[in-house]
Design a protein around this ligand. Structure first.
Ligand code: AHR
Length: 641
């Protein structure tokens, strides 16, 4: 069970990246203009963007001037407040902050967390000024509120004495709550823990479309995302907002390390979302750039880019076994993008990476059935599909109606190896698919459809080593893609696990290392199943099943017999059902009600050696002979995919 993370739906900035200040460094790009958005004046101060001759850095050329306004208030404390990513969670805990100032000021700054609704100030701290006229100076502080705020409608403010300085320039204003595993510049704890609780094993990053960029001159350049925040220019996001680059390559790698995740690293392959293709004669620098990126991740500390990683605090190479060349190269700029990928872009990247890193598994960004059209193609497309070198994998992205996912149960029974780099039930059955909107949240029948497809992929896991849900996160205040595993806003109390989270998590908590051949008296449908054993858990036997579309919604009787499992052996049966009946229901963050009903039953193999039980219509189940696995909710089974 694996996750794709790119910054979509404010899943990075304003999501898993824990920074609380929105627009902290006034970053901008061709598509997103510079502004003081998300800042508000305190006591009539005038806020304006300045492009100073001496900016904080070449990468951060814009800053915000805070000066005595024209209004009536021109003495005492003035300043600004920031609304965060649509609010801020304020609790009695240590917040770590910093800001840079230019301008002579002999006094103190006051940094406060306060209500946006009332005059309540939950905590503040005085930060002595080090600020001088002709240089930028960093100020750091810790702020521990005296009490919790009753809601997340809060702001962060900085004020200074206008009698001592009538105008000061500010930049890189940052505030972090405690982070996942205490990483500096780290992850938001509740979101990271909700993902970790699924027992994921692989992280695919940085996209997705984000990797591709809007144009050839603005793809996600990993080098821009390294080092001190002061030197990160930000990224022209592809999902409607400017990004900070705070969640950079090192942060993704540390995240993988902290959750024990295998990495699938996407490298840019010369195609942008506007269809711009890099001609063959210009491609070599990008191939070298990808090799440098790989060296940064897994090269020894005495290699050029390994040394850069060591300089950033991680001399030990990260383990890197999978590199994907591009993203969905069959889609943007079709047919030119696709033709160039097949003709020279993929072969040149593939050859260079395989030669330099023979142990790395190279993945193409398309499947044997791409370019997928309408209706989707279900099997190898020997005319137009990806032609894979023998030892490369493809990548399949089925965003489908649940019926289609079920129909594709045997999609990979006779095909080359692939990852399923993105999959989700996105549209209801029989609808108008991409002509219409995605469903507002993952819904129950969609989750069961996904479960059927997961079983289909897992029973082919010799060739389908990894399946990724995508996209995984959504900030309810600004999003483009509603179907996600987790929804959240500034208030962690509203962080909501979608119904799909429960199905994927159940399967991920019962891993198998080897599939087992299965025999049955009946064919697949309405019951779909697969079985295996896990050598990492003393050979525990596992059966996974999902029931989809029974006649008259009748229960399905199930008997599971494992070869070598004697009568009297015990197994734990976990069954997920929908407690409200309506297959279109979902977990709504605004009600907080979880509609997924989970039951655990200890079963004993009968005299025939079989486990007997029944499954209701639209249910998902796992039978596991490691009985201590019952109710297991945190990951402890780890292995390479
Ligand atoms: O997951 C959302 C988007 O869908 C991905 O960025 C892209 O690869 C796919 O088209």
């Amino acid at each position: 069970m694996l996750i794709l993370l790119q910054d979509i739906n404010n899943s990075g900035d304003g999501g898993i990246y824990a920074e609380l200040i929105q627009n902290r460094a006034f970053q901008y790009s061709q598509n997103y203009s510079v502004s003081t958005d998300h800042y508000f004046s305190v006591n009539g101060a005038a806020l304006s963007i300045q492009m100073l001759d001496e900016p904080l850095s070449k990468q951060l050329p814009a800053s915000m001037r805070v000066s005595v306004g024209n209004g009536s208030y021109n003495t005492g404390k003035i300043g600004f407040k920031n609304e965060g990513y649509w609010g801020m969670d304020v609790r009695v805990q240590t917040y770590t902050g910093s800001f840079w100032v230019k301008g002579a000021y002999d006094g103190v700054f006051t940094a406060s967390l306060e209500s946006n609704l009332t005059s309540d100030v939950f905590g503040s701290v005085e930060v002595p000024s080090k600020s001088v006229a002709d240089d930028w100076t960093e100020h750091t502080f810790e702020l521990v509120p005296e009490r919790d705020a009753p809601n997340s409608n809060n702001t962060f403010s900085i004020t200074f004495d206008s009698a001592a300085a009538s105008a000061l320039d500010f930049n890189l204003i940052s505030l972090f709550p405690p982070t996942y595993k205490n990483r500096k510049n780290g992850l938001r704890i509740d979101i990271a823990e909700a993902l970790a609780d699924m027992n994921p094993k692989v992280l695919r990053f940085p996209g997705g479309n984000m990797l591709e960029g809007l144009r050839n001159d603005s793809y996600w350049d990993w080098k821009d995302s390294l080092g001190p925040l002061r030197y990160r220019p930000g990224f022209q996001g592809v999902w409607g907002y400017q990004q900070t680059h705070g969640l950079g390559l090192m942060e993704y790698l540390e995240w993988s390390e902290d959750m024990g995740l295998e990495i699938v690293l996407g490298v840019w392959a010369g195609l942008a979302l506007d269809g711009g293709v890099t001609p063959q004669e210009d491609l070599q620098p990008f191939i070298e750039d990808a090799l440098n990126e790989i060296e940064f991740v897994c090269g020894p500390a005495n290699s050029t880019w390994g040394a850069r990683r060591a300089e950033l605090g991680h001399p030990e190479p990260f383990e890197l076994n999978y590199v994907e060349v591009g993203n969905e190269d069959w889609l943007a700029g079709f047919p030119g993008g696709w033709e160039s990928y097949r003709a020279y872009r993929f072969p040149l990247f593939y050859n260079a990476i395989s030669k330099a890193y023979p142990n790395i598994q190279v993945i193409a960004s398309a499947a044997s059935s791409d370019p997928g059209g309408e209706p989707p193609l279900y099997g190898p497309n020997n005319v137009n599909g990806q032609v894979l070198p023998l030892d490369a994998l493809g990548d399949y992205h089925p965003y489908r109606e649940p019926d289609e996912l079920v129909y594709e149960f045997n999609r990979f029974d006779n095909d080359a190896g692939h990852i399923v780099g993105e999959v989700a039930a996105t549209h209801v059955n029989g609808g108008i698919r991409w002509e219409g909107d995605l469903y507002p949240y993952p819904w129950w029948i969609g989750a069961v459809g996904e479960a059927v497809s997961l079983i289909g992929y897992e029973r082919n896991s010799d060739r389908i080593p990894a399946t990724f849900y995508a996209p995984v996160l959504k900030n309810n205040n600004r999003f483009q893609w509603p179907i996600t595993l987790l929804q959240y806003d500034a208030d962690p109390k509203r962080t909501t696990k979608a119904v799909t989270w429960y199905c994927w998590s159940l399967f991920a908590h019962h891993p198998i290392s080897h599939t087992l051949p299965t025999h049955s008296n009946s064919s697949y449908g309405p019951l779909y199943w697969g079985a295996g054993y896990d050598e990492n858990r003393n050979g525990a036997k596992v059966w996974k099943g999902a029931v989809y579309n029974t006649t008259n919604s009748a229960d399905v009787p199930v008997s599971v017999q494992f070869q070598g499992v004697a009568p009297g052996t015990m197994a734990n049966l976990t069954v997920l059902t929908n407690s409200v009946g309506d297959p279109y229901m979902y977990n709504d963050p605004f009600t907080g009600i979880n509609i997924v009903n989970t039951t655990y039953t200890l079963l004993t193999a009968g005299s025939d050696g079989a486990f007997h039980f029944s499954m209701p219509e639209l249910s998902v189940a796992v039978l596991d002979t490691e009985v201590s696995s019952a109710g297991n909710s945190t990951g402890h089974y780890r292995r390479r995919i």
